[in-house]
Write a protein that binds this ligand. Structure first.
Ligand code: NAD
Length: 480
């Protein structure tokens, strides 16, 4: 696949000459060679993008929401027909292609379609009656949205923001991660091909400073951020100064509670998608495996079998389950955590090093620790790599307590043969989403982190409402 440098930010419906002379370089996680470059946009580029979004706002917000629904449906159709996006993302971030086709294809298509349906049903005015007092609750878009996303599953994360923000009538300035600048600009082309008016969606590429300039811009009315908890806190502080709404989808350290009656064949089949998807680089991964004492060794053996036999290597091969990590820095971070697990006394069951036969590329062996104390760093901090920790428990109450003993509260899972009982356990887990017997997600379900995993929700009608503001217009009693 031939990759091209991004010449400039996408502003007002086309690539513009960048103000900044600086560029970010994308490095292939497979070959460690330069893939392409993109502008490292500065505050002047960001200001131009915010201006374009502001200029496009009145016409876009003024459209009947059924028309906005039509644009989103068209985008879904074009994304579905585009056969290059998943390959592009795999080239950029090393995501195994089978997974990339889902998270950068099927899932965002579904998200745009779902939000097209929400837009079709959106009403601007709702009349409420309370004992004869009538109030018109008038809804309107928040206005100009700044959306900032990470690299790990860029298209689905972008769709989680663009879908509801556009359905609700906002215009957007989006900043992708530098690692995944190319697929963002490819999406910009698809948006233009779908007929969206210029300026409704603008893209500024660049690193952290570009994101900071966007958050600091006074012309932004809402910030929707997905990324690390550290960056989320700093963005929230800045939004606090502006008293501006902020949506934060942050990190996690979720638990898989394996109950006594769990079917370990189901667990094996779901393990990678639920606990180490995308080579462990997914926020919702259930990386702490809580195993009952009675089945402790069985769980370790089942997990070790899956990790040891899952194909590791070239992410463009459809059979590959584990690819390289996104960057050298990410690999160094993951290796640091593996070293800390060993130093802190956890039992290294499998992996821990770099795979034989792959001297080039940012590969790390799938790694399994057992006898892990939940207080260890490898059990408390987000590793964002293919590293799992098995923690024993004696009673279900203890399992729930361990699952909830975390600064995070993003996701989690329960493995059981009794769905009703598993659902009861899920209700006791303090996080934004819990999956029974394996990861699943539907676009009509709101998902958002508790505790240090975030603020607000994405998905469902709740996700769209976050991008609306209300004015309550009270009518005189006689008007009714
Ligand atoms: P990151 O926070 O370093 O960067 C994310 C994005 O924010 C990038 O575009 C980056 O350039 C930008 N950025 C960084 N600091 C910024 C700042 N101070 N102001 C403005 N923009 C800033 O995160 P990452 O390492 O690229 O991504 C991995 C993290 O994302 C993990 O913690 C993961 O759990 C989280 N994540 C969360 C979800 C979710 O839905 N909760 C989904 C995917 C990833």
């Amino acid at each position: 696949m031939k990759l091209h440098d991004v010449k400039g930010p996408w502003i007002g419906g086309a690539i513009q000459a960048p103000h900044s002379a600086n560029r970010v370089t994308l490095i292939s996680p497979v070959t460690e060679q330069r893939l392409a470059t993109a502008p490292d946009c500065d505050a002047a580029d960001v200001a131009a993008a915010v201006r374009a979004a502001r200029d496009a706002l009145p016409a876009w917000a003024g459209l009947p929401s059924a028309d906005r629904s039509g644009f989103l449906s068209e985008l879904a159709a074009r994304l579905e027909a585009a056969d290059d996006l998943a390959e592009l993302v795999t080239a950029e971030n090393g995501s195994p292609i089978t997974r990339s086709r889902s998270s950068n294809g099927l899932v965002p298509v579904r998200t745009y379609r779902y939000n097209a349906c929400l837009a079709a049903d959106l009403v601007d005015d709702e009349v409420r009656d309370w004992q004869g007092q009538q109030t018109i609750v008038h809804g309107a878009p928040v206005s100009v949205v700044a959306a900032i996303v990470p690299w790990n599953a860029p298209q689905v994360l972008i769709s989680n923001k663009l879908g509801p923000a556009l359905a609700a009538g906002n215009t957007v300035v989006l900043k992708p991660s530098p690692e995944t600048s190319l697929d963002a600009i490819r999406l910009a082309e698809l948006i233009a091909d779908s007929g969206f008016p210029p300026g409704v969606v603008n893209f500024v590429t660049g690193g952290r400073a570009t994101g900071e300039a966007l958050v600091a811009h006074p012309g932004v009315d809402l910030v929707s951020f997905t990324g690390s908890t550290t960056a989320g806190r700093s963005i929230a502080a800045q939004c606090g100064q502006f008293l501006r709404p902020v949506i934060l989808e942050l990190g996690g350290k979720s638990a898989a509670v394996i109950l006594e009656d769990a079917d370990l064949d189901v667990f094996r089949a779901q393990l990678i998608a639920t606990c180490v998807p995308n080579t462990g680089q997914v926020c919702y991964s259930s990386t702490r495996l809580l195993a009952p004492r009675s089945r402790y060794e069985e769980v370790i053996e089942a997990t070790g079998d899956v990790l040891a036999t899952a194909p590791l290597g070239d992410p463009s091969d459809p059979a590959t389950a584990f690819g390289p990590l996104v960057s050298e820095a990410q690999r160094a971070r993951v290796e640091g955590y593996i070293a800390s697990g060993v130093t802190d006394g956890a039992r290294l069951v499998l992996g821990g090093g770099r795979p034989a036969g792959l001297p080039v590329g940012y590969y790390v062996e799938p790694t399994l620790f057992a006898d892990v104390d939940n207080n260890l760093r490898i059990a408390q901090e987000e590793i964002f790599g293919p590293v799992l920790a098995v923690i024993p428990y004696k009673t279900e109450d203890e399992a729930v307590r361990i699952a909830n003993t975390s600064a995070y509260g993003l996701s989690g899972s329960v493995f059981t043969s009794d769905i009703g009982h598993g659902t009861e356990i899920a209700r006791r887990i303090d996080s934004g989403a819990v999956n029974i017997n394996g990861y699943r997600a539907a676009p009509n379900a709101p998902v958002g982190g508790h505790k240090a995993s975030g603020l607000g929700q994405e998905g469902g009608p709740e996700g769209l409402l976050a991008y609306r503001k209300q004015t309550s217009i009270s009518l005189p009693m006689s008007a009714g």
